[in-house]
Ligand binder design. Structure first.
Ligand code: ADP
Ligand code: MG
Length: 385
């Protein structure tokens, strides 16, 4: 199975032609939308630029970014459905830029299930082996094996329309994996499913990855998916790679404000335009933090910094910085306390225990303590110091 290497890859989609079939108002609207895209060239919309990454054999990588950030484009380039306008693509040092999609040994799973509607679940799963003319008696055990792993063994005679969304997506995953592709590309596969089903499928996907040991590249706009599934996360914004690191590093050391705000729930608290003293001290909620020499070197004289801290790194205690409770909510096993300090809204997170939602009440006076080792300091360009 290959190591996939993308070197300085760029992908540009031509602007939509607006003449003829649209009336003038519609034309203007489309042109406006196209001009609004963050990066355009004379040729069109730049969906991916200067993209560099190496994905090792058997890795589980998540590609995370908001809608329109180029995630699907990246998968399409790897799968061979799109040829990059610049840069190179290698599978194990072999130049793959001109290798057609059919020869790439990639399988893809999409958001919208895309099953063959007139075929049973069994036929849907076995199809990729049948087109390869694998003998029937070899196909059957393979279908049984993967159907069992995905809890589909009792559904093999059903038609797709008689399946729930979660079941349909499991069939799509089974069909993609049965030919043992070198790479499985998953494009927001769980976004049409309810939260409970998503959680269950996440677990199954992890198991499948361990059994099949195929490279999984999982595209999502859902940071929770990325954090819970992948060993490594690539964050994209406007077609540009922002961060490519282990899941822990992405969470603990976001390289810029975008990554800091996009990853983690509830979103990181931010204090903006915080002055830095001559000796390099900043003060957040009454707590002093000393910038290191290396951090000081990166900022210009008189520049302020933006400082982030996650709700998990703020504690409510008897003494500390005064604040007031607004309201609380229990989210999974977390108690999220919305508080106001200096007219600023912040979120504090504690582990929720039974009856905890009554622990705090509106307008309650509390005190905050922060773990200053867990502050995230950014310069005015948004880069981590
Ligand atoms: P994502 O999957 O992260 O939502 P995409 O890769 O689908 O993002 O799209 C990236 C950018 O390229 C978007 O601005 C999108 O509008 C544009 N784009 C995607 N596909 C096409 C296409 N076939 N023609 C023109 N523009 C496209
Ligand atoms: Mg997409």
């Amino acid at each position: 199975m290959p190591e996939i290497k993308l070197v300085d890859v760029a992908m540009i989609y031509p602007f939509q032609k607006v003449s003829g079939i649209f009336n003038r108002k519609q034309q203007e609207l489309i042109l406006q939308q196209q001009k609004k895209m963050p990066y355009t060239s004379n040729e069109g919309v730049i969906a991916l630029q200067h993209f560099n990454a190496t994905i090792s054999d058997g890795e589980f990588v998540a590609v995370l970014g908001p809608s329109g950030s180029g995630k699907s484009t990246l998968l399409r380039v790897i799968a061979g459905l799109e040829r990059p306008v610049a840069g190179d693509l290698y599978f194990d040092d072999r130049d793959y830029k001109f290798v057609p999609a059919a020869e790439r040994d990639c399988a893809m799973v999409f958001q919208n299930f895309s099953l063959y509607p007139n075929q049973t679940v069994y036929k849907n799963i076995s199809f990729p082996l049948e087109v390869k003319h694998v003998p029937r008696e070899e196909i059957q055990p393979e279908v049984r094996k993967i159907a069992e792993l995905l809890n589909l063994d009792t559904k093999l005679d059903r038609m797709p329309q008689d399946l729930s969304g979660g079941e349909k997506q499991r069939v799509a995953i089974a069909r993609a994996l049965i030919k043992k592709p070198a790479v499985l590309l998953l494009d927001e596969p769980f976004s049409n499913l309810d939260p409970l089903m998503r959680a269950r499928l996440r677990t199954q996907l992890k198991e499948l990855h361990q059994v099949y040991k195929t490279t999984f590249i999982y595209v999502t706009h859902d940071q929770y998916d990325a954090l819970s599934l992948a060993d490594r996360i690539i964050i994209l914004k406007d077609g540009i790679l922002q961060m490519d690191d282990t899941t822990a590093n992405v969470y603990n050391y976001p390289v810029n404000r975008f990554c800091a705000e996009f990853v983690g729930s509830p979103a990181m608290n931010f204090f903006e335009d915080i002055p830095v003293s001559k000796t390099g001290t900043i003060t957040i909620l009454g707590h002093n933090y000393q910038l290191s020499k290396a951090q000081m070197k990166k900022i210009r004289k008189d520049d302020t910094v933006d400082v982030g801290i996650r709700g998990y790194d703020i504690a409510i205690s008897n003494n500390g910085y005064p604040a007031k409770v607004e309201y609380t909510e229990v989210i999974e096993s977390d108690l999220v306390i919305h508080v106001i300090a200096d007219e600023k809204k912040l979120t504090v997170v504690e582990k929720a225990a039974d009856g905890d939602s009554l622990k705090y009440f509106r307008d309650q006076d509390i005190h905050l303590n922060i773990d200053t080792d867990r502050l995230h300091v950014f310069d005015q360009d948004g880069s981590r110091l």
